[in-house]
Design a binder for this molecule. Structure first.
Ligand code: TYC
Length: 101
């Protein structure tokens, strides 16, 4: 057999990498109205009213709260859109995106 002969693969490769997930974290601030935070959580992150209220209140009381986890591009797009929507109304609302361990 020459150096270039390759052994045929007898079975399909089953190793599939799970895409790494990233947390979108909501940060508290003193200026953004609570109702607007809830609207963003429902509209951009598709939380229902009860979840959105809970996440908003946790961030308000503790300083930050995980909203959800997504593949990196989805997390960054959603966080960016939410920050932009707040900024257009003059609110300083911020989200961070961080990798899950
Ligand atoms: N702390 C804001 C207020 O009292 C409300 C708020 C809650 C802002 C959560 C941001 O992530 C946040 N108006």
């Amino acid at each position: 057999m020459s150096d270039t002969d390759l052994k045929p693969r007898l079975r399909a490769r089953t190793k599939v990498e799970r895409p790494k997930l990233y947390r979108v974290v909501l940060l508290n601030d003193d200026y953004t109205p609570r109702e607007f935070v809830v609207l963003i959580l429902k509209g951009e992150f598709r939380l229902d009213s009860a979840q959105a209220e809970k996440v908003m209140l946790t961030a308000h009381q503790k300083g930050a709260c995980v909203v959800s986890v997504y593949p990196r591009d989805v997390a960054e797009t959603k966080a960016g859109r939410a920050i932009d929507a707040a900024g257009r109304l003059g609110y300083p609302l911020q989200f961070t995106v961080e990798p899950e361990e």
